[in-house]
Structures are given as structure tokens and as C-alpha cells.
Design a protein around this ligand. Structure first.
Ligand SMILES: Cc1ncc(COP(=O)(O)O)c(C=O)c1O
Length: 405
């Protein structure tokens, strides 16, 4: 595919070429900016798909990673624990205000989802899972089976034990719940669906899932890989909804850019299945250390206040999108927002990505989301200046003014 150029050894199984055959090659970063090999500057409103929410080159995190490396211990494998793990779990349980006590480490969100589902099967001795249309939980076996958004893997991942219900549709859920409840291990849901374009669960709907799963001794799993650590303006989306699930899945920003996933639950869940979910790089010391200092940093900067500033800025922009016929909606919360484009307005069904390509060329990095890739995700890092926020929207509105059907 990419012959005779610098990209020729890169497989197309990934997404590097989604926007362009000649994507920028990033070389360094600082705060909200990334710089390519020609030193072109980009404002990063994708934050590494929602991971680097402190921005790039955060000295507090960097120095603590370097310090750990200098201590000469990078990884001990899944059979051994280090001093930083112990400190970390203590800090985590404080962060969770002691609502969750037991933590299982993973290397990313998909693996954490596998763990949560497997844990539900073991704990309940039941074998079915209910998930929702529009959900995304990862690209591995069980995580993909429980995702509505299977993308190109649609035909490969099917299993009758994974039952899809319509998102926010209680009637559909109740029908399928009644039919499968005797085998139902868990219901898995993203409280706010991110990959399908920032779709909010209705509180009433989540409350019904909560009470029915409780009644049935099935588990309620909140996948907060996206929404965790302040994205909603709350520490976790479960705080926003005021509903505490049985299991919470975390990933993305938890490692401050280092690969890490985590499953958190409380003592009532039977997790005494040695080795049911372990992997070589589980609990890598550098990732755990990075996450430990990430939590400390969030507390130090009183991060929820910082998010309020960004949320206010973004929600004030809502009215300006009304000037563009092809914009269906601009919605979000905290610092996770999306511009929904009406692709039918344009002749090209993938027009949203055409817009994102132009934005990229003008120096603005955005995130691809939406059921038909029709939402432009904006996730500004916490350190972003008002100047960069204003510049980002100047770029967006200038580009939008040029759009023609
Ligand atoms: C809600 C949610 N769960 C799970 C995952 C999978 O995480 P990862 O890509 O780290 O495997 C994602 C990734 O986008 C996600 O958004």
C-alpha cells in the first residue's frame, strides 16, 4: 500500500493512515502542543485518544518516571509485587473514596474488560452478558463481543451468550433481561458512550439496570475507560450519575500516557481464582509509578476546578455551531465533547474525516468518533491555555465556513 516512501513498513491494520497517506510524524511535545519532524506545531485536542490528559511533557510525571528508572527496577512480571504497587493501591482506594477496595491490573482497557467479564463469569457461575448498541469496550475477544461498535470485525465476533440491547431503551432491556436472567452474569455499559460520539445514558435507565442486576445477583459493570479521571468534570461518571456499579473498568488516562488498565471492585466479589487473568506485563512498574504520580498530581492541582474552566469555555461555544447547517449537535461534558456532523449533507459519506483532515493540516488534532465516524471529538488537555482554546475554535469555524455540500 505505502510503497517507496517512509511509511512503507507500517501495516494498514492500524489507523495511522485514516486521515492521510502522509500523516505527520510527531517528534516532540510540550503541554497542549505536538511538533512534527519539520517542527510544525499542532494543538492536540485528541490527547492520545484520551490518555495524555495532563498534556505533553509534564515535568512532575516525567521526573518521577526517570527517578523510578534510575532505581533500576522496571518490571517484575505478574508473579511479584513491588513497593510502588502497595503505595499505589492505597492511593487508589483513597481516590475512590473507599467505594472500591480490590484492584486488578491490566495493560490496557480491552484487557481490563476481559478481566471484568471473566470475573463476572467466575463470581456468578453464569455465562451470559448483556451489552448495548453503540457501546465500545475494546478489540479483544470478550471485549469485542460485548461491543456494539465492532467495526470491521463485525462478522468475526458473534456469540449468542452476548446479548445486545438497545441503548437507553428500557423496554428492550427488560424483555431480554427476563428471557436471559437465569444465566445473566453481568450487564456492561459505558455510562457515557464515547467512541460512538458522546451519548449519555439516561439516569433512570441506569438506575433500572442497577436495581434489576441487584435483584438478580448479576453484576453491573461500568466501563469508565473513557470517562474515568475527570473527563466528565467528576472523578468518575458513576459519581455524576450517583450509581455505584459492582465493577468499574479503567484505562486510557489512568497511566498518564503509559499503558495501563485496571479493574476495581469491592470485597463482596469472589476473586479468588488464581491466575484467571494474568499477563506478563500486568502491573508494569513504570506504568504503575506513572499512575501513582498521576493521581497525586490531580489532587495537587485540584483538577476538577481546572476542568470547570474548560467545560465553561466549551459549553459557551455551543451557540456558534447553530450557524452551520451540517452540524447536528455539539455536546459533551467536562472536557469530552463532540461535534456531530450530518454526513448526508455532503456527497461523501466519510465527510467528517475529510473535515478532520483539513483541521489537521491547519494544525489541529481531533479524535475520530461517532457511529458512522461522524463526530469530531475534542478532548483538550487540562493544561490548555485560553489562547489555544480560542485558536482551536478559530480554526474550526474558519474551516467550517469553507465547507460546501
Ligand atoms: C469505553 C472503552 N472501553 C474500552 C476500551 C479499550 O481500551 P484499549 O484501547 O486501551 O484496549 C476503549 C477504547 O477506546 C473504550 O473507549
Amino acid at each position: 500500500m505505502k510503497s517507496n516512501n517512509k511509511y512503507q513498513n507500517i501495516s494498514a491494520l492500524g489507523k495511522y493512515f485514516r486521515l492521510s497517506d502522509n500523516p505527520p510524524v510527531f517528534c516532540h511535545g510540550d503541554k497542549e502542543f505536538l511538533f512534527d519532524e519539520n517542527n510544525n506545531k499542532y494543538i492536540d485536542l485528541a490527547c492520545g485518544s484520551g490518555t495524555t490528559i495532563l498534556g505533553h511533557n509534564n515535568q512532575y510525571i516525567n521526573n518521577n518516571i526517570k527517578k523510578k528508572i534510575d532505581e533500576g527496577i522496571i518490571h517484575t512480571g505478574p508473579h511479584f509485587i513491588s513497593s510502588v504497587h502497595l503505595k499505589y493501591f492505597k492511593e487508589l482506594s483513597i481516590f475512590f473514596k473507599k467505594k472500591f477496595h480490590i484492584f486488578n491490573m491490566a495493560t490496557n482497557g480491552s484487557e481490563a474488560t476481559e478481566t471484568a467479564l471473566k470475573l463476572s463469569f467466575h463470581h456468578t457461575s453464569k455465562n451470559k452478558i448483556i451489552y448495548f448498541s453503540g457501546s465500545y469496550h475494546g478489540r479483544t475477544g470478550y471485549s469485542l463481543l460485548s461491543s456494539g461498535m465492532k467495526g470491521i470485525n463485525k462478522k468475526i465476533f458473534k456469540n449468542q451468550k452476548f446479548i445486545e440491547c438497545k441503548f437507553n431503551n428500557f423496554k428492550d432491556f427488560k424483555e431480554k433481561y427476563e428471557k436471559h436472567k437465569s444465566d445473566l452474569a453481568a450487564v456492561i455499559i459505558e455510562p457515557i458512550q464515547a467512541t460512538s460520539g458522546f451519548n449519555f445514558s439516561e439516569t433512570k435507565f441506569l438506575k433500572s439496570l442497577y436495581s434489576l442486576t441487584k435483584k438478580n445477583n448479576s453484576l453491573l459493570i461500568f466501563d469508565e475507560v473513557w470517562t474515568g479521571f475527570g473527563k466528565t468534570g467528576f472523578n468518575f461518571a458513576y459519581e455524576y450519575y450517583g450509581i455505584i456499579p459492582d465493577i468499574i473498568i479503567l484505562g486510557k488516562s489512568i497511566g498518564a500516557g503509559m499503558p495501563l488498565g485496571l479493574v476495581a471492585f469491592n470485597k463482596n466479589i469472589n476473586h479468588y481464582y488464581q491466575g484467571a487473568q494474568s499477563s506478563t506485563f500486568q502491573g508494569n512498574i513504570i506504568s504503575i509509578n506513572s499512575s501513582y504520580f498521576f493521581l497525586k498530581y490531580l489532587n495537587k492541582i485540584k483538577y476538577l476546578k481546572k476542568i470547570k474552566r474548560i467545560q465553561t469555555f466549551l459549553s459557551n461555544k455551543k451557540k456558534y455551531f447553530k450557524n452551520f447547517e451540517f452540524v447536528k449537535d455539539f455536546r459533551g461534558i467536562g472536557f469530552m465533547w463532540g461535534i456531530e456532523i450530518d454526513n448526508s449533507f455532503f456527497s461523501d459519506k466519510d465527510y467528517t474525516n475529510k473535515i478532520r483532515k483539513i483541521l489537521l493540516e491547519k494544525g489541529l488534532i481531533t479524535w475520530e468518533c461517532g457511529k458512522r465516524s461522524n463526530v469530531i471529538g475534542l478532548i483538550p488537555p487540562l493544561c490548555i491555555s485560553n489562547k489555544s482554546l480560542n485558536q482551536s475554535f478559530d480554526i474550526i469555524f474558519d474551516v467550517f465556513k469553507e465547507m460546501k455540500s
